[in-house]
Design a protein around this ligand. Structure first.
Ligand SMILES: [Zn+2]
Length: 275
């Protein structure tokens, strides 16, 4: 760990040593972040020196993931904006890398109180030497309230991850589809300017299996250079359907509401009014 106050950036050299790897930095082809080759009894991780320091740190962790998890690399077979599914090895290595770069206990201690904001994500990103998108993704997965993280390449939603609080309610999100109309992300990308915006959108813009009439907050940032956009989505627990779902995605009733047995008597109460 760094000795600077407030900084918890992990020591990548220590990680590399633990994986029996050496890190070197050199200019690589555009779009190539890094690769690993075995050498003698260990490994050499080569990282693109042209990318941002945050991106380089993520790449080192991603390559260490390939070594530790013994998953062969499947880089560069598909353009990143493709509708096609990204190779699972790469997805797993990204998740592993995120956990190396932003270790659970340290990250939980650093999550600011209150609603998500640009400032809170930037503070986390700086503290861990991570990019804004990487910190936003980790944030979404670890907070206890309903939250999701979405990455978009060009006009396509490449990854959408509802966190545990959303999944418990049976909420799903579409992927490999165009960026939904009505979203902040769509508006930012259409404007064609790099920038960040926060606004409220209807839940069904992004979420499947939710109930109509409720809103969701969306914090979106557009990166013009590579035409990439990310969104952080969240709402309060009270703004979601009551009751959890079972493994067949059937809603279970709970003490306060949810589905009740049919009695033959029509009621018009919506879950949001039952307190
Ligand atoms: Zn990889």
């Amino acid at each position: 760990m760094s000795g600077l106050p407030g900084l918890v950036a992990v020591d990548l050299e220590a990680y590399a040593r633990a994986a029996n790897a050496r890190i070197r930095y050199e200019a690589l082809d555009a779009g190539e972040s890094g690769y690993t080759v075995s050498k003698g009894t260990g490994f050499v991780i080569t990282v693109s020196s042209d990318e941002s320091p945050e991106r380089q740190r993520f790449t080192v962790c991603h390559e260490i993931a390939h070594i530790i998890l013994e998953l062969p690399s499947v880089h560069g077979e598909l353009p990143s904006w493709s509708f096609a599914k990204r190779d699972l090895n790469e997805v797993w290595c990204d998740i592993f890398a995120s956990e190396l770069l932003m270790p659970y206990q340290h990250f939980m201690q650093k999550i600011p109180e209150g609603d998500p904001s640009v400032e809170s994500i930037e503070t986390l990103a700086q503290a861990f030497g991570a990019s804004f998108p990487a910190a936003a993704s980790r944030y979404a997965s670890l907070v206890s309230f309903p939250c999701a993280y979405v990455t978009m390449d060009r006009e396509v939603v490449r990854y959408a991850g509802p966190n545990a609080a959303l999944r418990r309610k049976g909420i799903r999100m579409a992927m490999k589809c165009p960026i939904p109309p009505g979203s902040v992300a769509k508006r930012l990308r259409t404007a064609g300017e790099p920038g960040t915006a926060i606004d409220q959108v209807a839940q069904d813009v992004w979420l499947e299996n939710c109930e109509g009439g409720y809103d969701l907050w969306e914090l979106s940032r557009h990166y013009r250079k590579h035409d990439q956009t990310i969104s952080l989505l969240w709402c309060s627990e009270e703004e979601l359907p009551r009751g959890e779902v079972d493994r067949f995605n059937r809603r279970l009733s709970d003490d306060e509401g949810g589905l009740e047995e049919l009695t033959g008597v029509l009621t018009w109460e919506k879950h949001g009014r039952r307190r």
